[in-house]
Write a protein that binds this ligand. Structure first.
Ligand code: TXA
Ligand code: MG
Length: 342
């Protein structure tokens, strides 16, 4: 299949391309598009055959449910009958934006879209191209991140092209994504809202809006599964959180400790390894540059691969900060939980 590339950086000049992408979606095709978090790989969420194509193109395990993207609050009624008051408040405060909420699903939502679960994840992306595409297609759009399963999430259209060209109908070429890590996933089906995947939108921000504390899926707090026996480690409630993820081709090690010592140790290790003929890449963010780190992390991982780096040395961010924690959640996974404490 030839993948069409449509430049949508100026939406006014891209009306015809957008209309073509929307009609391909309606016909069961796959269209990659920019959102504020990462690029998504979209298909008609209500068409099981279309949803199935997403799994095939990404090489994604079929038990890993997709997030359904909508453009108006009214569209939620097509997906669920149960919207708790807290969820209504959160929609007002944060949609469109990087918040995905999980609801009981309606019968019409195909099992293929929800990985066989009786719940559905929904979000309204804060991006003019994504919103225009959803409106024009007239269907809720199921969209995981537009990367091959296991690879770092795409924050630029070029990343989507590297992973999926030839396997999907269209890539809408927008600007690099503003946020850089995927949305916060919040389960609204239990007694207490629970964060299943941390993101740029923090539990503190969510808690302030609903006037109560938000809990974290206990599985998120196991940072070093190597220290825990398989049986003792709780299974994450978002199926996607259990897979090997974001893996660069290089080996990756995280150095954790006081910032200036980490910096010095990375320098020392890099010199030592380079002497042995090992090509080293360094990922070191400013100590308090959490949002910048979120913005750059996935794209840096891909840069390392392009530069054929053998070993990535990465400085840990503080996981006491909620955005730092969200970035660390990705960093731990990409390094296979390989952390050196110094
Ligand atoms: O920012 C984002 O959320 C991006 C953009 C494209 O919107 N999308 C994204 O989708 O990251 P994906 O498929 O890569 O990640 C979806 C996550 C997975 O961890 C999945 O297991 C979880 O959400 N999830 C989806 N539906 C769920 C459900 N019904 N119950 C529990 N977890 C669910
Ligand atoms: Mg993903």
């Amino acid at each position: 299949m030839e993948t069409k590339l449509f430049d949508v950086t100026d939406l006014k000049c891209a009306k015809a391309q957008l209309a073509e992408a929307a009609s391909l979606l309606r016909a069961g095709g796959l269209v990659a598009f920019p959102t504020e978090t990462v690029y998504g790989l979209g298909a008609d969420a209500m068409n099981p055959k279309a949803a199935e194509k997403i799994y095939a193109a990404k090489g994604r395990p079929s038990d890993n449910p997709l997030i359904v993207h909508i453009a108006e609050e009214e569209d939620l009624a097509r997906l669920t009958d149960v919207v708790p008051d807290a969820a209504k408040k959160l929609m007002k405060a944060f949609w469109p934006g990087p918040l995905t909420m999980i609801f009981q699903k309606k019968g019409e939502v195909p099992d293929k879209t929800t990985g066989g679960l009786d719940t559905v994840a929904v979000r309204m992306p804060d991006h003019p191209v994504a919103l225009a595409l959803i409106r024009q297609s007239g269907c809720p759009i199921a969209a995981p991140s537009a990367n091959l399963s296991g690879r770092p999430s795409p924050t630029k259209w070029e990343h989507v092209y590297q992973d999926l060209s030839g396997a999907i109908d269209v890539i809408l070429q927008g600007e690099p994504c503003r946020v850089g890590i995927e949305s916060t996933v919040l389960d609204m089906t239990g007694d207490v809202p629970m964060v299943l995947r941390p993101g740029i939108l923090t539990p503190e921000q969510i808690g302030r809006v609903i006037g109560r504390e938000v809990v974290l899926d206990p599985a998120l707090l196991i940072h070093r599964p190597r220290d825990v026996s398989e049986e003792a480690a709780p299974a994450p409630k978002a199926p996607g959180m259990k897979y090997k993820h974001y893996a660069p081709k290089a080996e990756m090690v995280i150095l954790q400790g006081e910032h200036s010592r980490v910096k010095a140790e990375i320098k020392r290790m890099a010199e030592e390894k380079e002497k042995q003929g090992i090509k080293v890449g360094v990922i070191l963010f400013d100590e308090d540059g959490f949002e910048r780190a979120a913005h750059d992390f996935f794209s840096k991982l891909r840069e390392m691969d392009e530069n054929h780096v053998d070993l990535i040395l990465a400085g840990a961010l503080s996981d006491k900060d909620s955005v730092g924690f969200a970035v660390m959640n990705r960093m731990w996974k990409s390094a296979g939980y390989h952390v050196i404490h110094i």
